[in-house]
Design a protein around this ligand. Sequence first.
Ligand SMILES: [Zn+2]
Length: 288
Amino acid sequence: MPLVNAKEMLTKAKKGHYAVGQFNINNLEWTKAILLTAQECNSPVILGVSEGAGKYMCGYKTVVGMVNGMLEELKITVPVALHLDHGSYEGVKACVAAGFSSVMFDGSHYPIEENIAKTKELVALANEKGLSIEAEVGAIGGEEDGVIGQGECADPQECKMIADLGVTMLAAGIGNIHGKYPENWAGLSFETLDAVQQLTGEMPLVLHGGTGIPEDMIKKAISLGVSKINVNTECQLAFAAATREYIEAGKDKSGKGFDPRKLLAPGFEAIKATVKEKMELFGSVNKA
Ligand SMILES: [Zn+2]
């Protein structure tokens, strides 16, 4: 099945009270692990690509070529969206041209008027090309490609203003953070989420920074209208831990253990296990 935009899968998720996972990709192993797990779980999935990861993978065209090739060769039949994560204005345009099926424009660092003007323009472009588009209000804390922010809470009125521009899904800061959560983290602000949901109605809401949020908070967030949850760091931690274990056990030094197909296998399996666990938690299994 060719790439689809994220609109239908997220509309269904919001109605069905579950969330679709966005898992960020970094290379072939990541992509293959996520696609195979989605197929095994019969779950819709969103592959996230940050601008940094896009650059690392030799550009958006390479990413599109790799993902489209895998969809065909691996006979993937579940809905898959290829989504630019935290895109700049220029990044969104580049991904539209390269063949992504979904984009996020992160104008949260602009004054609200400028965020609205740029989002409006990119919504028109996405609509014209049939892509889904995510916008962000209220910066999400933690490190985003080198930019450190605090766990802010979005202004619900500003969320409504952006939602009314015709975006497909909306990321609102509700005290969530990218990366690992600090010991003294205050938790998600359900008051903010509830207020945003009341003003934005049917709009699927997006929760960034899904790594390390306690399960009960994830479930409550889904019950309050979150239909897309972004997971990135958790797959990285799982991959690193499994690879470390392999090396520390000296397996790369025995037989052909140095073969990259063997060396990277435990990390690959660890990503699969993490993605499966998240799909079960988010309730997207068998929702393809
Ligand atoms: Zn994010």
